[in-house]
Design a protein around this ligand. Sequence first.
Ligand code: DAH
Length: 341
Amino acid sequence: MQEKFDALKESAKRELESISSSKFLGELKAKYVGKNGEVTALLRGMKDVPADKRAEFGKMVNDLKVEVSTLFDEKEKQLKDKEMQEKFDSEAVDISLAGKVNKNGSLHPLNIVKNKILDAFCGMGFEVFEGPEIDTDYYCFQALNIPKDHPARDMQDTFYISDNVLLRPHTSPGQVRTMERKQPPIKILSPGRVYRADDDASHSPMFHQIEGLVVDKGVSLCDLKGLLDEFVKIMFDGDTKTRFRPSYFPFTEPSVEVDVTCCKCHGKGCSLCKGTGWIEILGAGVVNKKVLEMSGIDSEVYSGLAFGLGIERITMIKYGISDIRTLFENNVKFLKQFNRR
Ligand code: DAH
């Protein structure tokens, strides 16, 4: 009997040795220790064993079953380890190879600056209103106190579509459209593209402006000064100062042009500020009463302040760009410099 058992064990060992993949292991295991396997079959022969030998026989068969099962378990572990190692080897990554760097896109410098300006003013309670790029003579000029044939129209060389319809030369119509729709308190920014027949290193036929308008009771030039002081500190650095120079715009009275201390030399005088220590950044003023009245706002009760700034101009000052055209050439080498700024 013992020989029979030993032969069975040997045969299982031999067959196991010839197996090189865990795929075939299950079938072979069934052949020996499965329900209809050879070891299980031995138990069926129990009835032919004399009664006094049955207990010993049962134990022997069970021991055999445990031994053969252990052989299978060991082989299974061996094969699984081998297969896992092969998988690791085939999926290995050569970490010494040079990596592929993803080319990240970035915002255009004009959008970076526009967002920064909007953020600065929205933090002070302004809302954004965008007007149309093609507008009428009324909104672009007349409602801003620039009547037909008024010489102030020469300040803007305009692209006309018809006698009455034009590409807006500034974002100031946004003031009028807001006041027509809404009674004070008003605190809006109107950003967008504007168009003028201008083309040189500091002027482009299409550029971007942001208009600001505040209308409420008791709004004055002091509020304008405080507002713009705060804005330039956020936009440039904390030491930047503003200076108001008297100017003329038909839609504001009084009107000012606003300079900031040069961000390159901090007021000492350099090539960027042409030796003056100051750089002009925007036009502004107290809204002309006529403009308020034309848009349906009672100028006896309310007053307003307005300002208009060029996004290109601020961008050029901020980043030291000397030719406006570089902002529109879409040269990737140029644009890449603004990545993550
Ligand atoms: N619209 C003017 C321009 O394009 C800029 C401007 C000046 C806007 C004074 C204003 C302002 O709101 O008050 O040159």
